[in-house]
Design a protein around this ligand. Structure first.
Ligand SMILES: *[C@@H]1O[C@H](CO)[C@@H](O)[C@H](O)[C@H]1NC(C)=O
Ligand SMILES: *[C@@H]1O[C@H](CO)[C@@H](O)[C@H](O)[C@H]1NC(C)=O
Ligand SMILES: *[C@@H]1O[C@H](CO)[C@@H](O)[C@H](O)[C@H]1NC(C)=O
Ligand SMILES: *[C@@H]1O[C@H](CO)[C@@H](O)[C@H](O)[C@H]1NC(C)=O
Ligand SMILES: *[C@@H]1O[C@H](CO)[C@@H](O)[C@H](O)[C@H]1NC(C)=O
Ligand SMILES: *[C@@H]1O[C@H](CO)[C@@H](O)[C@H](O)[C@H]1NC(C)=O
Ligand SMILES: *[C@@H]1O[C@H](CO)[C@@H](O)[C@H](O)[C@H]1NC(C)=O
Length: 563
C-alpha cells in the first residue's frame, strides 16, 4: 500500500503533465501485484472477507461485488442545500413525495427516512407508474396486511402447513418465501421478480434474510412485515423434505392423468445452476396451473426472471396493463420495494452531500472485473478511458497546456467510482489533477468510504454495496460492467441506459462499450424450449418486447415498443 502511495506522490509532483498522465498509467501496473498481496494478507477483515467471498462467487456467472476505500478529498460545500436534514414536516404529502402514487401514504417517516425523501435526490422520473399498477399495489398491500406474519390468517395457515404430509390443503392465504442466494445485486433483482410473481398469483411474499441482509431495507408494506418468521417451514429444516418443482413436473408428465393430491409446500429452485430441465417450463400455463395448487412455494433464485413471467400466456394481459412501458418493470418495482434503512440512508446521503450534490453533472463508473487474471488493470483502464472519452462521458485532456484555457464555461463533474480496488479511481483522479481538460471542466473523482465500519457487524459488506448501488442510481450518466447485476440494479433504479463496458479477456483491439437499449436488467438464462418440450425456442424472436442482452447474448431483456 505504501509503495503505491509513494509512487503516486512522486507522479503528482512531476512537472510535465503529458508524461505524468502516461506515467500514472504505466507505473501503477507493477505495483498491482504488491497491492494484491497486501489485500490478501490483510487481516483487516473487510477486504479479506470480500475478496474471499468474491472468489467463491467468481465463476462464469454475473454477480455483485465491490468494496471500496475512501480516496475522495472532502470539498467545501458550505452552500450545499442540506436536503436530508431539511424539515420536511411542512411539505404536503404530495404526488412527488409518493413517487407519482407508487408509494402509499401513512408510513411512520422517522423509522424510514428514505421512503418519502428519495424524491429530493432524484430528478423526477420521466416514467410514471400506470394507475393499474398502483391499484394492484394497493390491493397487494391489503392482502399482505391480512396474511402477513402473525395475523390470524397467517397463524391458521401455518398451522395447516406444518402438519407433516398434509396434502390437498386449502388455505385462505398463499405464500412465496424468497430465499437468498448469490450476491446482493442478484438478490435485489430476484426479490423484485418474486414480488411481481406474488402479485400475479395472489400470494404473499415473505423474505428469509440471513444476518448479512438484516437492516439494509425498510419494511415495504404498510403495517406489516415481509420478513419470514423463523417458524415458517424452510429448506433449512433438516427433518423436512419438500417436494420439488422438478418432481412435480415429472410426476405430472408420467402419470398422464390428473394428479390425486397436492403438497402444501413446494421447493421451487430457479437458480442459474439448477438443472436445465428445471426452469424450462416455468413460462408455460400448465406449469403455472400446477404450481397454483400449492399453498406455499419456497423460491430460491438469483435471477431476474421477470421476462419469463411476460412469456406466461395467462399473465400477459395483466402485465401489459401494469406496465404499458415494458422497460420500466424494475424501475417501478425497485422504487416501490427497496427503501434504504436509516443506516444505509446515512451512508448514501452523507456521501451524496459531500461529493455529488454540488456538481453540475454526476457520472457513475461501476467497475467489476470477473477474470482479473485476463482482464488486467491495464486492459480495463484503457477500456474505461477510451469508452468514456470517445463517447464524451468524460472530457479529453489538454496536454498542450498546464492550465485550462477556457474557464468561462467551466462545469464541475463528479465521478463516482465503485470498484473492488482503488487504483481505477486513483488513476482517474491523478490524470485530471495533473492535466487540464480541453473543455475547462473540473473533474472530481470519488470512491465511497469505510465510514461507520465499526457501527455494523456482519452485514457491513452488503450495507456498503447497497449504498453504492443507490449512489450510482443517483448519477446522470452511468458506465457499467458487462454482466454485473450490481450495475443492472443501479441503472434501472436510476432510469438510466448506461454505457456497458465489454468483458475483455485479453483481446488486443476489443470493442469498447455499447449504449444499453433498455434500462431493464438482463435475464441471463431464459428458457430454450417451447412448452411441448421439443421445439427449440429463441425467446427474443418469439416474444414481443424482448431482445437479447447487450452484454450476455443468450440472455434476454425487456424493451419498450418505442425503442
Ligand atoms: C467554505 O467556504 C466558505 C465560502 O464559500 C468559507 O466561508 C468557509 O470558511 C469555508 N470552510 C472551510 C472549512 O474551508
Ligand atoms: C418543522 O416544521 C413544522 C411546521 O412548519 C414545525 O411545527 C416544526 O417545529 C418544525 N420542526 C423542526 C425540528 O424544526
Ligand atoms: C399468532 O401467533 C403468534 C404466536 O405464534 C401470536 O403472538 C399472535 O398473537 C397470533 N396472532 C393472532 C392474531 O392470534
Ligand atoms: C396502520 O396502522 C396505524 C397505527 O396502528 C393506523 O392508524 C392505520 O390506520 C393503519 N393503516 C392501514 C391502512 O391499515
Ligand atoms: C403417457 O402418455 C404417452 C402418450 O401420450 C404414452 O406414450 C405413455 O406410455 C403414457 N404413460 C403412462 C405412464 O401412462
Ligand atoms: C386430493 O384431491 C383430489 C381431487 O382434487 C382427490 O382426488 C384426492 O383423493 C385428494 N387426495 C387426498 C390425499 O385427500
Ligand atoms: C457554454 O455553456 C452554455 C450553457 O451551458 C452552452 O450553451 C454553450 O454552448 C457553451 N459554450 C461553449 C463554448 O462550450
Amino acid at each position: 500500500m505504501k509503495v503505491f502511495k509513494v509512487t503516486m506522490e512522486k507522479l503528482r509532483l512531476s512537472s510535465d503533465p503529458k508524461r505524468t498522465a502516461l506515467l500514472v498509467f504505466y507505473i501503477a501496473l507493477p505495483v498491482l501485484p504488491l497491492l494484491a498481496l497486501f489485500y490478501q494478507n490483510s487481516n483487516s477483515g473487510l477486504f479479506e472477507g470480500l475478496i474471499s467471498k468474491n472468489k467463491v462467487l467468481e465463476g462464469r456467472k454475473p454477480q455483485f461485488g465491490t468494496a471500496t476505500v475512501l480516496h475522495g478529498k472532502a470539498r467545501n460545500f458550505t452552500g450545499a442545500k442540506d436536503v436530508s436534514f431539511a424539515n420536511t414536516s411542512n411539505i404536503p404529502i404530495d404526488h412527488k413525495k409518493l413517487l407519482d402514487g407508487l408509494l402509499a401514504p401513512g408510513y411512520d417517516e422517522g423509522s424510514c427516512l428514505s421512503r418519502y425523501r428519495s424524491y429530493l435526490y432524484r430528478k423526477g422520473s420521466t416514467h410514471k407508474p400506470s394507475s393499474y399498477l398502483i391499484s394492484k399495489l394497493r390491493k397487494y398491500e391489503d392482502l399482505h396486511r391480512k396474511c402477513g406474519p402473525h395475523t390470524r390468517h397467517y397463524n391458521r395457515t401455518i398451522g395447516k402447513l406444518i402438519k407433516q404430509n398434509h396434502m390437498n390443503v386449502t388455505t385462505s392465504c398463499n405464500y412465496i418465501v424468497w430465499i437468498a442466494t448469490n450476491g446482493l445485486g442478484n438478490r435485489i433483482l430476484s426479490m423484485a421478480s418474486a414480488f411481481l410473481y406474488a402479485m400475479l398469483t395472489n400470494r404473499v411474499l415473505l423474505v428469509k434474510f440471513q444476518n448479512d441482509m438484516l437492516g439494509l431495507f425498510c419494511e415495504p408494506f404498510l403495517n406489516s412485515s415481509w420478513e419470514s418468521p423463523k417458524k415458517f417451514p424452510s429448506m433449512n429444516d433438516h427433518h423436512k423434505n419438500f417436494e420439488t418443482y422438478e418432481s412435480l413436473l415429472k410426476n405430472d408428465k408420467e402419470s398422464n392423468t390428473s394428479r390425486k393430491s397436492w403438497p402444501s409446500i413446494l421447493q421451487l429452485d430457479l437458480q442459474h445452476h439448477s438443472s436445465d430441465e428445471n426452469g424450462q417450463f416455468f413460462h408455460c400455463d400448465h406449469s403455472q396451473a400446477l404450481l397454483g395448487k400449492v399453498p406455499a412455494l419456497i423460491l430460491s433464485t438469483d435471477q431476474y426472471f421477470v421476462p419469463s413471467l411476460f412469456m406466461v400466456p395467462s399473465f400477459k394481459k395483466v402485465l401489459n396493463k401494469m406496465f404499458p412501458e415494458k422497460d420500466t418493470v424494475f424501475h417501478h418495482l425497485g422504487h416501490y420495494l427497496f427503501h434504504p434503512s436509516n443506516d444505509a440512508w446515512g451512508l448514501i446521503t452523507r456521501f451524496y452531500q459531500a461529493y455529488m450534490d454540488k456538481a453540475d453533472e454526476r457520472i457513475g463508473v461501476q467497475i467489476r472485473v470477473f477474470h482479473p487474471e485476463l482482464t488486467t488493470f491495464q486492459i480495463m483502464m484503457k477500456e474505461i478511458l477510451e469508452c468514456t472519452l470517445q463517447n464524451k462521458v468524460l472530457p479529453e485532456l489538454d496536454t498542450q497546456k498546464s492550465v485550462a484555457s477556457s474557464w468561462k464555461n467551466r462545469t464541475s463533474k463528479s465521478v463516482l467510482v465503485t470498484s473492488l480496488f482503488p487504483e481505477y479511481a486513483e488513476s482517474l483522479r491523478a490524470m485530471y489533477w495533473t492535466t487540464p481538460t480541453v473543455t475547462g471542466d473540473v473533474i472530481g473523482v470519488y470512491q465511497p468510504s469505510h465510514e461507520g465500519k465499526q457501527k455494523f457487524s456482519d452485514n457491513i459488506h452488503n450495507m456498503k454495496a447497497w449504498a453504492e448501488i443507490y449512489l450510482l442510481s443517483l448519477c446522470d450518466v452511468l458506465v457499467t460492467s458487462s454482466e454485473s447485476t450490481f450495475g443492472y440494479a443501479a441503472q434501472s433504479l436510476g432510469g438510466l441506459k448506461p454505457w456497458i463496458l465489454y468483458k475483455n479477456l485479453g483481446n488486443e483491439n476489443p470493442p469498447l462499450c455499447q449504449r444499453a437499449f433498455s434500462m431493464e436488467p438482463c435475464f441471463h438464462f431464459p428458457t430454450t424450449c417451447d412448452c411441448d418440450g421439443k421445439t427449440k425456442l429463441d425467446v427474443a424472436s418469439v416474444f414481443p418486447h424482448m431482445r437479447h442482452c447487450e452484454d450476455y447474448d443468450t440472455g434476454v431483456k425487456l424493451v419498450d415498443n418505442h425503442d
